[in-house]
Design a protein around this ligand. Structure first.
Ligand SMILES: [Zn+2]
Ligand SMILES: [Zn+2]
Length: 162
C-alpha cells in the first residue's frame, strides 16, 4: 500500500537535470542516468541498491552498478530520494512527489508499513520545543511483527500443541 502522491511541477527526470546543472561543477547527464531515474520513479517502494541492480537487469536496462550507486547518492543529495539505514543496509524511497511519512518494520518478513499521522509531528514538535531544538529532518520507525507474521506464528504455535 502506498500513500497518495504529492503533485510536483516537474517530472523527476527534469528535476534531477536541474540539480546537476546547478551544482558548482555542472555534471553530465547521461542516457543511462535518465533511464535509471525514470525507472526509480515509476513506482513507490522501499529498495536497496542491490535489489535495484537486479530489477534493472530484469527490465532489460543495461546500467552499470557504479552508475547505480553514484546516482542513488546524488538523488539523495538532490532531496529526491530518502535514505534509511536499517540493520547496516541502506534503503531508498521517493521523497520527491511523495508525502512525509513514518514506518513500521516487520522483523519477520522485512515488510515496511507506511503511515501518516499528524500526532507524531505534534509530539516531536513539542519535545523539540522543550529542548530548544530545531528539527531538520526526521524519521520515526518502530520494529515488530506484522499481522501476517503474527498469524502464521500463532497457527504454528497451535500446530505445536496438537
Ligand atoms: Zn511480517
Ligand atoms: Zn516509506
Amino acid at each position: 500500500m502506498t500513500l497518495p502522491a504529492v503533485p510536483v511541477s516537474q517530472p523527476p527526470v527534469d528535476k534531477f537535470q536541474e540539480f546537476l546543472a546547478t551544482r558548482a561543477r555542472p555534471q553530465r547527464y547521461t542516457g543511462q542516468q535518465r533511464d535509471l531515474v525514470n525507472h526509480i520513479f515509476e513506482k513507490h517502494h522501499h529498495f536497496d541498491a542491490e535489489g535495484l541492480v537486479d530489477d534493472l537487469k530484469k527490465a532489460g536496462l543495461r546500467i552499470s552498478r557504479a552508475t547505480v550507486y553514484r546516482t542513488l547518492s546524488k538523488l539523495v543529495e538532490a532531496g529526491m530520494l530518502r535514505r534509511h539505514d536499517i540493520d547496516a543496509r541502506a534503503y531508498y524511497e521517493h521523497d520527491y512527489g511523495y508525502p512525509q511519512h513514518d514506518h513500521l518494520i516487520c522483523e519477520g518478513c522485512g515488510r515496511m508499513i507506511e503511515f501518516q499521522d499528524a500526532r507524531v509531528d505534534e509530539v516531536l514538535e513539542q519535545i523539540s520545543r522543550q529542548h530548544g531544538f530545531v528539527i531538520a529532518s526526521r524519521s520515526f520507525l518502530a520494529r515488530g511483527t506484522c499481522l501476517e507474521c503474527n498469524r502464521s506464528r500463532s497457527s504454528k504455535r497451535k500446530l505445536d500443541l496438537i
